[in-house]
Design a protein around this ligand. Structure first.
Ligand SMILES: NC(=O)c1ccc[n+]([C@@H]2O[C@H](COP(=O)([O-])OP(=O)(O)OC[C@H]3O[C@@H](n4cnc5c(N)ncnc54)[C@H](OP(=O)(O)O)[C@@H]3O)[C@@H](O)[C@H]2O)c1
Length: 366
């Protein structure tokens, strides 16, 4: 064998070994650690905690020290929180590559939940935007607790009068994802035709309504039991995926927002205009490469097609919180609340979310 072939095959072997080692490391799940002792003098609160990755059984409602706000921080007494698929992705540490940021072996942050709404309980000395008693909402790790701490410059905004705590808590991840998919990645214009695949879920119920408020013609895809719901949100045409397949139709969409990922890129492209956009929001779950297949295919094929294949990673932005709350206040958007669970029943709420059958949002009540 020539020397250069030996070098190439040696390097390839090293690469395979490195990938295998990385897979073993990130796929490792450490056993649950012991419950740390809370200093008895500390003021306590109830919080949902998890110290290892796994099923909803790793979740526990515990007494933990109530945090105190630092100079730029706001302490919020939580009145309502909501569940998103992101919560159980964190709980399971799945797909495994997300453990590179959430913690290899076990979670770095042991608190659950992101979306919250509540009342400001205390603020740090340098906080100017909020004061105790203000009604607020936002997104911050640790929202499944009686109190949550958040820096004032992060994703926290005033809750408008006329928007309930429940409604406000339903907004952060789901409504911002819908808004950013339609406005930022989709560049949706009045009069354009948009398809929302997964129209009955947390993101989809907001996407249908926000797209209507932007002046679009909106088509939604859902199952038979949700057809009336999606129609009531303003969809001009509803595809019942149990009976029909939009990718087999003659429709021409300017934009497809895909929360489901159950059709190939080429099937979606076949019902898109020449300059149409496909925004990939969600897709199949899985520990390894399953969730990555479509985004990777979109990245690889994107440069060779006229249509735009776009991957969305939504961000919790203060301005967008204010914008979606304004849409609720004006009546343009009505959050759809599916089920409500008490804080001590978070396991059941997460189990329900993992089933993937939610109609709108799942709420945690305090
Ligand atoms: N990229 C990002 O930044 C980002 C942000 C937020 C969420 N996401 C992802 O987006 C996805 C949706 O999130 P979500 O909060 O809306 O989830 P969700 O509320 O759990 O979605 C559940 C809904 O999906 C519907 N559904 C299931 N299979 C379907 C199909 N084949 N066709 C049409 N609808 C179907 C279900 O309706 P039926 O029961 O009637 O089937 C149910 O109403 C998730 O994968 C989530 O991880 C991504």
């Amino acid at each position: 064998m020539k020397l250069r072939y030996k070098i190439v095959s040696g390097l390839f072997g090293l690469l395979v070994l490195a990938v295998a080692a990385l897979a073993i490391v990130i796929g490792y799940t450490a056993p649950c650690g012991p419950v740390p002792e809370t200093a008895s003098a500390a003021v306590q609160m109830k919080a949902v905690v998890y110290r290892c990755y796994g099923s909803p059984d790793v979740l526990a409602l515990e007494d933990v020290a109530r945090p105190k706000p630092g100079d730029n921080e706001v302490l919020v007494r939580v009145e309502a929180a909501s569940v998103n698929p992101l919560d159980w992705h964190h709980m399971r540490g799945s797909p495994y590559f997300m453990r590179l940021s959430s913690g290899v072996g076990s979670p770095k942050d042991d608190r659950m939940g992101v979306d919250f709404a509540g009342v400001v309980a205390a603020v740090g000395e340098q906080v100017t935007e909020f004061k105790p008693g203000d009604e607020v909402f936002g997104g911050r790790s640790g929202a499944f607790a009686e109190y949550v701490l958040i820096p004032e410059h992060r994703a926290i905004a005033h809750k408008p009068a006329g928007v309930s705590f429940e409604q406000a808590a339903s907004l952060p991840i789901a409504a911002l994802t819908a808004l950013q998919a339609l406005r930022d990645k989709g560049d949706l214009q009045p009069g354009q035709k948009v398809l929302i695949n997964g129209a009955s879920g947390g993101v989809g119920t907001f996407a249908v309504q926000i797209a209507k408020s932007m002046g679009a013609e909106v088509h939604g895809v859902c199952s038979t039991r949700n057809v009336e719901l999606v129609r009531s949100l303003g969809a001009d045409r509803v595809w019942d995926y149990k009976k029909e397949d939009y990718t087999e139709s003659d429709e021409v969409y300017d934009l497809i927002i895909d929360m489901v990922g159950n059709h190939s890129l080429s099937k979606n492209r076949s019902v898109m205009s020449a300059q149409g956009r496909l925004v990939i929001v969600g897709g199949p779950s899985g520990n390894w490469l399953g969730p990555m297949k479509r985004p990777v295919a979109a990245l690889l094929s994107g440069p060779f097609v006229d249509q735009e294949l776009i991957i969305l990673l939504a961000r919790l932005r203060k301005d967008d919180l204010t914008e979606v709350a304004g849409l609720v206040q004006s009546g343009a958007v009505r959050p759809v609340i599916d089920r409500r669970f008490a804080l001590q029943d978070v396991k059941a709420a997460i189990t329900y979310s993992e089933e993937g059958r939610a109609r709108g949002k799942i709420l945690i009540e305090f």
